[in-house]
Design a protein around this ligand. Sequence first.
Ligand SMILES: Cc1cc2nc3c(=O)[nH]c(=O)nc-3n(C[C@H](O)[C@H](O)[C@H](O)COP(=O)(O)OP(=O)(O)OC[C@H]3O[C@@H](n4cnc5c(N)ncnc54)[C@H](O)[C@@H]3O)c2cc1C
Length: 415
Amino acid sequence: MKKTDICIVGAGPGGAATALKLAYANQSCVLLDKATFPRDKICGDALSGKVSTVLNRLDPEIMNRFRAQPQVGMWGFKFTSPNGKEMHFDFTPEDLAEEDYPSAPGYVATRLVFDNFLIEEVKRHDCIDLQEGVQISEYKKIPEGYLLKDKSGNFSIQTKVLIIANGAHSAFSRKHAGLEKDNRHHAGGLRVYYKNVANLEGQPAIELHYFKELVPGYLWIFPLPNNGANVGLGMRTDMISDRKFNMRKALEELVATHPRLKDRFKNAEITDTVKGYGLPLGSKKRILSGDHYMLVGDAGHLIDPLTGEGIGNAIYSGTIAADQAVDCLKAEKYDAKFMRAYDARIQRVLGTELKASYLMQRIMLYPRIVNFLTNRVENNKFVMDFLNKIYADSTTEWHKQLWRPGFWWRVVTGN
Ligand SMILES: Cc1cc2nc3c(=O)[nH]c(=O)nc-3n(C[C@H](O)[C@H](O)[C@H](O)COP(=O)(O)OP(=O)(O)OC[C@H]3O[C@@H](n4cnc5c(N)ncnc54)[C@H](O)[C@@H]3O)c2cc1C
């Protein structure tokens, strides 16, 4: 049986970022994943400004190396309201710290590429003991921490600090940490890869299409290298069941028949089957730590409830968990009370933003209000800049504005 101070279960963006942050702090760890990389993960594949910001903080060379991978830099986004009004937003890196944005603020890269890229970064550090093909199926609390066993029965490990980063279907998160799935704070998403979707030329931008029948969810078209595109849709799980909504049928019908999309998909080819997966949303505050453990990324239900963005929050929470793990080892304290510092920092860094996104998600429930606001903001530079920041860089303080009456006055009056 192996023994370690820190064991991370799951080597997706959350787990890999945790291990990298530890490595940059000269702290060794064991990183386990059931998969062997490269592996796919069902996703929209959009990497927001938060991903670049956090990885740049770790080491600017990481993003420099990432730019050599197959990816498309995103310089803006297009938003189509339920009444068909289209708005274009250019990300404005000149508003943002230049050292953080030597290149595009956001990217789209398949998870096959991005997650494997992070694993290659992990492999640069001897102090990370990466073990692929190890599926943890048993977690036993012992006085020293946790004892983990894998499904085959050939692998076991004892750890003082356990970091759970094994995604949306984490059994530990459900059974040991008590984070139950709540359909009002959970979404379902479908993804399909296409080639040759029309009108993707020009400055690459992510596209968010809002339709009356999908709100507060949306259909996305995200450009990929070689004329590819990630196309999908996401919707809150309670609404999928209340409306008995067939997501697959809706996706097929929208691209084949909707006047806004059908011509663009006329000559497009599907290059992979339609696949679905769950999104545990961060719209409900939950406790993410306990005696000897912390939950990171999707295992901690940290996906943005408005945009569905979870990679940035997985990476961010991973770096915070790494700091907390180092503090635990220094203080030799691992009890739930000491671990609460992790929750406090997550709340400080992501809490207000998640709350703001949930407010916006609920506003999006009303297509008429969305249409009204879209009409009001079209020529309103203040609001256009604000919306830019939501999608380009959510590490800024943009979200605080939503609670200021003056903000809504400027939205409605345009002054
Ligand atoms: C349809 C859809 C579209 C999305 N679009 C976007 C988007 O465009 N942009 C964005 O930012 N986010 C998006 N998200 C959310 C994003 O995919 C997740 O938030 C992100 O993958 C979370 O990273 P993670 O590291 O927490 O978990 P994951 O990426 O799920 O990684 C978990 C890892 O744990 C491993 N694992 C699981 N169980 C075990 C076990 N028992 N033992 C060992 N290893 C295990 C898995 O193999 C996996 O490698 C989307 C999600 C969906 C479903």
